[in-house]
Write a protein that binds this ligand. Structure first.
Ligand SMILES: Nc1nc2c(ncn2[C@@H]2O[C@H](COP(=O)(O)OP(=O)(O)OP(=O)(O)O)[C@@H](O)[C@H]2O)c(=O)[nH]1
Ligand SMILES: [Mg+2]
Length: 327
């Protein structure tokens, strides 16, 4: 066996085994690729010669870790290895430590302070990235934590978007403030914020239409939403959450930069990690952006929205026990 159980043990202190298993399963193809690939490479050799390093780089790049971040991981791994044993287990542990080092600064959970009425979360991203589904999962999560929630149907652009949010609202028994398709998104969200304040709702989550950063009129709409929210509460929106589809790999980085420049992103949720082998983008985002990574979407069930915990993520990604590499 290449991988000792210390990674798993460390992770079990942060999440119940069932949830960790779910995360492991959810990381699917990225996990097979990285855990399997790195395990096979390191299992065969004991010295980190240039050929081996090249093979490690290939596996990281294949998982869409990105060139710069791959270099950083390898260098950091070598530094850790200098202090540890030279066998396969030592090498994998060194890689795990390097990975945690990159990810930990972005592990900043979304905290809802008690005094905000309401705490406003504005959700943005490109078409189909998973915004509305993430809102539904987040709604459920916040309710489970005892918060009252209201939704604002700010996607007034796409046909049936309002109905989609209303269905989620009914399912979770939360009010949805909506107007007709084609209405002014900022005015819907403004009304919702006033309504949430009047009803003393803890958290208002505002959906928005999918948009590309190149659509200047739609990016301007997001800025307008920010401005009108600030009229109700100068601190609102308290969270500007960018929802990114992990399946687009390195493009997610460019997207995040553009959205951040346009509207100031305070947190990222990375969705659809379950359907991609390109989950290495998590490392690039953490390494290159310095924006808190709030949640990972690893499936379509409500519990598949996982708060981002660096150690847990690395353990789930590299844990050899659950069916990864065979030397
Ligand atoms: N497997 C998987 N599917 C997801 C995840 N998140 C979202 N989806 C799916 O992705 C599709 C698009 O999700 P939506 O939530 O409608 O995306 P959106 O960003 O609101 O889309 P628009 O409103 O059209 O811009 C749906 O089929 C979701 O079920 C995830 O973490 N894993
Ligand atoms: Mg949507």
């Amino acid at each position: 066996m290449l991988w000792d159980n210390t990674m798993q043990d460390k992770a079990s202190t942060t999440a119940p085994t069932g949830l960790l298993d779910r995360l492991r399963q959810g990381l699917g193809r990225t996990r097979e690729n990285l855990s399997g690939g790195l395990g096979r490479v390191l299992g065969r050799q004991t010295t980190l010669d240039p050929e081996l390093i090249e093979m490690l780089e290939d596996h990281l790049l294949m998982a869409d870790v990105g060139v710069e971040t791959t270099q950083r991981l390898i260098q950091s791994m070598q530094a850790h290895l200098g202090r540890g044993t030279g066998d396969a287990q030592g090498a994998l542990s060194a890689m795990a430590a390097a990975m945690e080092e990159v990810l930990t600064p972005c592990e900043v959970p979304l905290e809802i302070p008690a005094q905000n009425t309401p705490f406003v979360i504005l959700v943005a991203g490109i078409n189909g990235s998973g915004k509305t589904t993430t809102i539904a999962k987040l709604c459920r999560r916040l309710q489970d934590q005892g918060h009252s929630v209201m939704l604002a149907a700010g996607d007034t652009f796409r046909a049936a978007a309002v109905e989609q949010l209303q269905v989620w609202g009914q399912r979770h028994n939360v009010p949805v403030i909506a107007q007709h398709t084609g209405a002014d998104s900022a005015s819907v969200i403004y009304d919702a914020c006033e309504a949430a304040r009047a009803r003393q709702i803890d958290v208002l989550i505002a959906d928005t239409a999918g948009r590309l950063h190149t659509q200047t009129n739609l990016m301007e709409e997001l800025r307008k939403i920010r401005r009108v929210l600030a009229r109700v509460d100068p601190a609102a929106p308290h969270e500007v959450m960018l929802v990114l589809d992990a399946g687009i790999g390195q493009n997610a980085l460019a997207q995040a930069r553009e959205f951040n420049e346009a509207i100031g992103v305070t947190g990222i949720t990375l969705t659809k990690l379950d359907g991609t082998a390109r989950g290495g983008i998590v490392f690039t985002i953490a390494d290159q952006l310095g924006i808190p990574l709030r949640f990972l979407g690893v499936g379509e069930q409500p519990e598949d929205l996982r708060p981002f915990v660096a150690r847990e993520f690395v353990a789930a990604l590299l844990d050899h026990e659950a069916g990864g590499a065979q030397p």
